[in-house]
Design a protein around this ligand. Structure first.
Ligand SMILES: [Zn+2]
Length: 212
């Protein structure tokens, strides 16, 4: 039974969403400077690296925040679906053709984005593969409860708001920034644990897959 770490490493030079601050890791106590221990301070957007979106991210502060997400959605059986490199947008017809197993409640997309993340490309790419609005509605119609993708957003630049709104309004947990380069298509058990940040619109997460 193999375990895959599908989280990105958090580092000061990692890829971030345009406009988000670069990650700052600062040594605030340093043993090399004679202090009794090493302590690091971390500053980052909660939507950096591998992270989870809460409904309040696009629906406003009245909606659930990240510490309220249900752990029984964030953990459990998941299907990892591979798309060939010529898929630019994950639309309803693309999903219909993909033969998602019946009763799939958690779905993770591996696309050509994985190669971008693996190449350590630090420049943000606007042409990443994303889920379309009709694709998001298709997942809601199929009662999918969690969807993940291998770039910093589930939605493309052009459809950022509608796609997030459809998913978050129906309580679909969105996991972004997954590192899937070594993961084959198929069934796994997912453990995705976002930090319990009170009142936050999202949180960095450690995510792993365990083979079944
Ligand atoms: Zn996000």
């Amino acid at each position: 039974m193999r375990t895959y770490d599908i989280s990105l490493s958090i580092s000061s030079d990692m890829l971030v969403w345009p406009g988000d601050p670069q990650i700052t890791l600062e040594r605030i106590q340093d043993m090399d400077a004679g202090e009794p221990c090493n302590v690091t301070s971390l500053r980052m957007s909660v939507h950096s690296g591998t992270h989870v979106d809460a409904p309040s991210h696009f629906l406003g502060g009245e909606q659930p925040t990240v510490e309220q997400l249900e752990l029984n959605i964030l953990t459990g059986r998941v299907y990892v679906l591979h798309f060939p490199d010529d898929v630019d947008l994950i639309t309803r017809p693309v999903l219909e053709e993909a033969k998602i197993p019946p009763r799939t409640r958690r779905l993770i997309f591996r696309t050509r984005n994985s190669k971008l993340l693996q190449s350590q490309e630090k420049q943000f790419r606007k042409d990443f593969v994303a889920l379309s609005a009709d694709g998001a509605q298709y997942l809601v119609d199929r009662s999918v409860k969690l969807v993940g993708i291998d770039y910093l957003s589930i939605a493309s630049y052009n459809e950022l708001t509608p796609v997030h709104e459809i998913l978050l309004k129906f309580g679909v947990v969105v996991v972004e920034g997954l590192n899937l380069f070594e993961v084959s298509q198929g069934r796994y058990t997912l453990y995705c644990l976002p930090l319990k940040i009170a009142g936050s619109d999202g949180a960095p997460a450690r995510a792993i897959l365990v083979g079944v």
